[in-house]
Design a protein around this ligand. Structure first.
Ligand code: SAM
Length: 296
């Protein structure tokens, strides 16, 4: 890179990866681009300013988030066509990965403007390489739907998808939803499903929790508060086309076995299952109804 620092940056849209926690995780090239760009388009200018201050970078910033990305695209393309370089950053990691930047890149490409990736930190891949799970084939799925019903439907579709080799599924999840997501994973894939929770990657309290979904659900339930950012990795069971979903125990089957084991009626069995799983009785009941409707 020597000698290039003083030369003007070639005009284009530079998609620049920034740290996911540890400010040291930024490349020399990323810093150079941020320093020499005409402007930096930020998901949140205040967040990026902390990074720029840390590295003594004085490039002007402009906001570019999911609500104004389309309008900004036209403005940036015109600026690049006049010979400028625009750097794009999100709050953390790679722009465009569960973050703004996708539309900007697509519009720039459509306008014939150069799009230049500046690689660096990304939470999904950082979690994957230290997870111990297969890396030859993995699927990044971003955030699951927020609504309980849609989330269950998505997980059921994933559990039903055939694949002949070991696969790792990677999700992003918010701390206030992680307990519900694990409960859904357990009831769709069964309690033995092997998962990893990668928390606070690259930060002071980085941790990897490894075990079955049932174990990790209990481990989190024992914590006073669930804090921090999570990547959730799932070792999807190998499943050939047409084979039944392994490990899956339906709510109906669990209710039936509680009824016969303890001589309970359905309502009492639901109550007991709710206590055991930490799920609400009404959510379990809704799921039971969904299972029954699917069987009709
Ligand atoms: N663009 C980012 C990337 O390249 O990884 C992802 C942005 S997405 C809006 C934010 C999510 O990424 C968080 O909810 C969390 O799931 C994951 N994440 C980001 N930083 C993380 C960290 N330090 N540790 C664990 N997960 C993280």
């Amino acid at each position: 890179m020597s000698g290039e620092e003083s030369a003007p940056l070639a005009p284009g849209l530079y998609l620049v990866a920034t740290p996911i926690g540890n400010l040291g995780d930024i490349t020399l090239r990323a810093l150079d681009v941020l320093r020499r760009a005409s402007r930096i388009a930020c998901e949140d200018t205040r967040q990026t300013q902390k990074l720029l201050n840390h590295y003594g970078i004085a490039t002007p910033t402009v906001s570019c988030h999911e609500h104004n990305e389309r309008a900004r695209a036209a403005e940036f393309i015109a600026e690049i066509q006049r010979g400028n370089a625009i750097a794009v950053v999100s709050d953390a990691g790679m722009p465009g990965i569960s973050d703004p930047g996708v539309l900007l890149a697509a519009e720039a490409i459509a306008a014939g403007v150069p799009v230049i990736p500046i690689p660096g930190a990304n939470a999904a891949l950082t979690a994957l390489i230290a997870s111990g799970l297969p890396t030859a084939e993995f699927t990044f799925l971003g955030f699951l739907p927020e609504k309980a019903g849609a989330r269950r439907t998505r997980l059921e579709a994933l559990a039903a998808a055939p694949h002949d080799t070991a696969q790792t599924l990677i999700f992003y999840e918010a701390p206030h939803r992680i307990a519900d997501t694990l409960a859904d994973l357990e009831s769709v894939f069964g309690p033995a499903l092997r998962i990893i929770l990668a928390r606070e990657l690259t930060k002071l309290h980085e941790e990897f929790l490894r075990g079955s979904v049932a174990e990790l659900r209990h481990a989190l339930a024992d914590r006073e508060r669930i804090r921090g950012e999570f990547v959730l990795l799932v070792e999807a069971p190998v499943r050939s086309a047409g084979a039944p979903i392994q490990n899956q125990e339906t709510i109906a089957a669990r209710i039936a076995s509680l009824q016969s084991e303890f001589g309970l009626d359905e309502k009492e069995a639901l109550k007991r299952l709710a206590r055991e799983t930490g799920q609400s009785k009404s959510e379990l009941y809704r799921e039971l109804q969904r299972e029954r409707a699917r069987r009709k």
